[in-house]
Design a protein around this ligand. Structure first.
Ligand code: PEP
Length: 251
């Protein structure tokens, strides 16, 4: 089974409309010939529509950084999956550590959203990862297993195959402190075994597991060379054309 590498940029709460459109114009030009790697950018919700419109027909997909699980109704400030589909969105990042740790998002909430994303025909990128104190206490696998079991509860085997998991050790996000390729591979392999245990070897082999945490154009190649690393979720280095393209080229 060959899994296609997915390089996705998580812009977080950065850029403005003009700089977002400038960035995607640059990426579109530079990535025009890339066919062996899936590429996506995840702008702030407000810019999903103009970015998706600018990238229409290109080889760069668009994702949201969050959305709500209900179809419609009195949920002030939220966006539905159908609204994202409507404007050309293809991916939704779920359970990013900033949402889990700053907004208090639980795995139960991530699970409701994972079901809703899949029901809408979108691809969830579900983030899991341990805090530094949890790694130091030898709890990495337990933490990731709890997040995995909680986030994917009740997801069918067919749907699981469509999911992307991003392993993002929290201590490596935005800190410049990247996990070593061996540290990443160890957890990616553990996650693949969790999928095999809950589903089957076939499902485990199909699911893409990205690494995220201070990935840049200098360290990407070594991390992406690991057999269970199927791409990268990139924060800071996705905000400029050159470093992001460097990561894509490394893949
Ligand atoms: C992220 O936000 O998902 C991330 C990995 O950020 P950074 O690449 O900046 O560490």
């Amino acid at each position: 089974m060959t899994r296609r590498i997915l390089i996705a940029g998580n812009w977080k709460m950065n850029l403005n409309l003009a700089s977002a459109l400038e960035l995607v114009a640059g990426l579109q030009k530079e990535a025009a010939g890339v066919s062996s790697v899936d590429i996506a950018v995840c702008p702030p919700s407000l810019y999903v529509q103009p970015v998706a419109a600018a990238l229409k027909g290109s080889n760069i997909g668009v994702g949201a950084q969050n959305a709500y699980f209900e179809k419609d109704g009195a949920y002030t400030g939220e966006l539905s999956m159908a609204m994202l589909c409507d404007v050309g969105c293809q991916y939704v990042i779920l359970g990013h550590s900033e949402r889990r740790n700053i907004m208090g998002e639980s795995s139960e909430m991530v699970n409701l959203k994972t079901h809703a994303v899949l029901a809408a025909g979108l691809i969830p990128i579900v983030c899991v990862g341990e805090l530094l104190k949890e790694r130091e206490a030898g709890q990495t696998e337990n933490v990731v297993r709890r997040q995995f079991d909680g986030s994917f509860s009740g997801i069918s085997a067919d749907d699981m195959k469509k999911c992307v998991i991003a392993y993002e050790p929290v201590w490596a996000i935005g800190t410049g402190r990247v996990a070593t390729p061996d540290q990443a591979e160890e957890v990616h392999l553990a996650i693949r075994k969790m999928i095999e245990k809950n589903y089957s070897k076939e499902v485990a082999e199909a699911v893409r597991i990205q690494y995220g945490g201070s990935v840049n154009d200098k360290n990407a190649q070594e991390i992406l060379a690991k057999p269970n690393v199927d791409g990268a979720l990139v924060g800071g280095a996705s905000l400029k054309v050159e470093p992001f393209m460097g990561i894509i080229r490394s893949a």
